[in-house]
Ligand binder design. Structure first.
Ligand code: DQQ
Length: 588
């Protein structure tokens, strides 16, 4: 059923009273300062070892099909791999509390990366070279089917060093037990290196000279860098004279990831592959702002240097895997299915005290397949197809017009736990709003300025996810099309400002990114994975992705609703909308 949106307008008009650009700029400024002051993991010693068992773990806002352990804090996915048909997810975990601290490598295994069985932690502090923490790293499968984990240990002097671990028993299909040989560490911060900025070794790649290479994230003053190491035997590593790549004023590079992508299709490539038919990707996680950016470029294996293409901005304004709450991601090549798979962590947007109260913090996002777009300038991501096995009841809508100011409810599915895939058909773009070139630098500000409530020409249109019945709460995910000099500019937003009645303590940004899409066919698609407190959205078939963490108070369980809306003057048509209730994943 279609509604003219009186209620919607009342609610959003109320919001719009506060919705001045200055106000949100101020909020953004305050938040940037807050983030800057709180770079790296926030330390809350008083909470670090408060066992979640003493608190009742609240199920409210826990997810149904995203990976979470039963309680406590989690962060980065580490060393994801597929070995003998079993997928391994290791992740940073605090066994003693719901804030960051006491970090070990927790371990879960799966046959499909959706249903997981948790095992005992694989790596935890026991040795002088990791006694103060077992931090992030990667897995490499050496010839002869020998997996090796490289990880950062925090040693007795609180220096970050790189270590290796190998399975205790290769014939255990789950590789439950890992051994840390005594010739660790394999790399320690040398003279002139910052011992607290030297971490997160990548998966290794092998050169034609038979030497393995890895990079380790680091910084020199404010220059972020990927320090290069080489080894013939995987045990003795020598630091190269120069980094594989570095970039001024980007600060500490955490969790670097470096891998090839095919120029021709979606097929994933082995990390060691070089040649003419591929490009390389370098992704880094920026500690200062807690977002990730990547470049597409060329790796010169002879010089061991990586140079980003001039179409990829190499710095703060660079392309992001995800413009929302997404960090410390890591990819791996799945040789069983020839895909490159990306895993990422979605942190809470709530206070540490709330994490402690609820007894858990952090979600792993749905694994994504990753490939190079046909324009060769960016990557494309899409939830792995295995997720579709959790699809239950389905609703289909087609050729439904939504006129200016209308919205309608998508009924018949569990809106708090759903997968929605919609394609909008746009009318003529003649009445799109004019794009001010100064907006190009900051999509998030633009979304803050022009949220769902500011009427446009073509858009805003999209979905209101996790919405309460009378729209007191909703997380809108939507597009807005602008007219620029030579082309149209498409803005995609996932705006958490209206996501919860509980406002004061939450981080509720108007996350946004531009979508580099050709609108010649007049179509724009949006897929959102909605799961109680997370909305993972994929615009234009995965060209722009945004994840939001939200904490509705009314739009929970069966009281959550899903709407499609249009607040542009131009009618848009839903060419097709397919929405599914999602079953729970099995998380044992
Ligand atoms: N988390 C790990 C570090 C890494 C950071 C510690 C990124 O190794 O740099 O838990 O979130």
């Amino acid at each position: 059923m279609l509604y003219k949106y009186p209620t919607f307008v009342v609610v959003i008009s109320f919001l719009s009273a506060m919705d001045s650009f200055k106000f949100f700029s101020l909020i953004l400024l305050v938040f940037s300062l807050w983030l800057t002051c709180n770079a790296s993991h926030h330390i809350f010693p008083e909470f670090q070892s408060l066992s979640a068992e003493v608190f009742q773990v609240k199920q409210f806002h826990r997810t149904g099909y995203h990976f979470q352990p039963p309680n406590n804090w989690i962060n980065d996915p580490t060393g994801p791999m597929q070995f003998n048909g079993i997928y391994h997810l290791f992740y940073q975990y605090n066994p003693k509390g719901a804030v960051w601290g006491n970090i070990v490598w927790a371990h879960a295994v799966s046959k499909d990366m959706i249903n997981w069985e948790s095992l005992d932690p694989a790596i935890y502090p026991t040795k002088p070279f990791d006694i103060n923490g077992c931090w992030s790293g990667s897995a490499t499968i050496l010839p002869g089917k020998k997996p090796v984990i490289l990880y950062t240990g925090v040693d007795t002097q609180n220096h970050q060093v790189q270590n290796y671990a190998i399975p205790a028993n290769h014939s255990d299909p789950y590789l439950r037990e890992w051994v840390k040989p005594d010739d660790n560490p394999i790399a320690a911060p040398g003279e002139g290196m910052n011992a607290s900025a030297f971490r997160d070794p990548t998966t290794a790649w092998k050169g034609k000279d038979g030497h393995w290479r890895i990079v380790v994230g680091s910084k020199r003053k404010h220059r972020g860098m990927a320090v290069l190491y080489r080894s013939r035997d995987f045990v003795h590593w020598i630091k190269a004279q120069h980094p594989l790549h570095s970039s001024a004023k980007t600060g500490m590079w955490e969790c670097p990831d470096f891998f090839p992508v095919s120029l021709h299709d979606k097929t994933g490539l082995d990390t060691s592959l070089v040649g003419a038919n591929l490009k390389h990707v370098m992704k880094v996680s920026l500690d200062v702002t807690r977002f990730e950016y990547y470049t597409i470029g060329t790796y010169n294996p002879k010089k061991d240097r990586y140079v980003p293409d001039n179409t990829s901005e190499d710095g703060w304004g660079g392309l992001r895997y995800d413009y929302g709450n997404y960090y410390a991601s890591k990819s791996f090549f799945d040789d069983a299915t020839n895909r490159r798979i990306l895993m990422g962590w979605s942190n809470e947007s709530d206070t540490p005290q709330n994490d402690v109260d609820k007894g858990w913090a952090g979600i792993q996002t749905i694994p994504r397949m990753l490939w190079l777009d046909s324009n060769m300038k960016q990557l494309v991501q899409w939830p792995i197809e295995e997720l579709e096995t959790l699809r239950g009841d389905k609703v289909e809508i087609s050729n439904q017009q939504i006129k200016k100011g209308e919205y309608f409810e998508v009924t018949g599915i569990t809106a708090a736990q759903a997968d929605v895939d919609v394609t909008f058909l746009l009318p003529s773009l003649d009445n799109a709003e004019q794009f001010d070139p100064s907006w190009v630098k900051n999509a998030e500000d633009l979304c803050g300025l022009k949220g769902t409530n500011v009427q446009g020409g073509v858009g805003p249109f999209g979905l209101l996810t996790l919405a309460s019945k009378y729209l007191e709460e909703y997380t809108p995910v939507f597009f807005r099309v602008f007219k620029a000099a030579q082309k149209h500019v498409v803005l995609m937003c996932s705006d958490a400002r209206s996501s919860s009645l509980k406002k004061s303590e939450l981080y509720t940004p108007s996350f946004a990114g531009f979508v580099n899409v050709d609108l010649a066919d007049g179509k724009l698609s949006l897929r959102s994975l909605i799961d109680h407190s997370i909305v993972e959205s994929f615009g234009a078939k995965g060209k722009t992705c945004i994840t939001s963490r939200v904490y509705p108070t009314l739009a929970v369980f069966n009281d959550a609703h899903l709407y499609a809306f249009n607040n542009g003057t131009e009618t848009v048509t839903i060419e097709s909308l397919n929405a599914w209730s999602m079953k729970n994943a099995q998380l044992k």
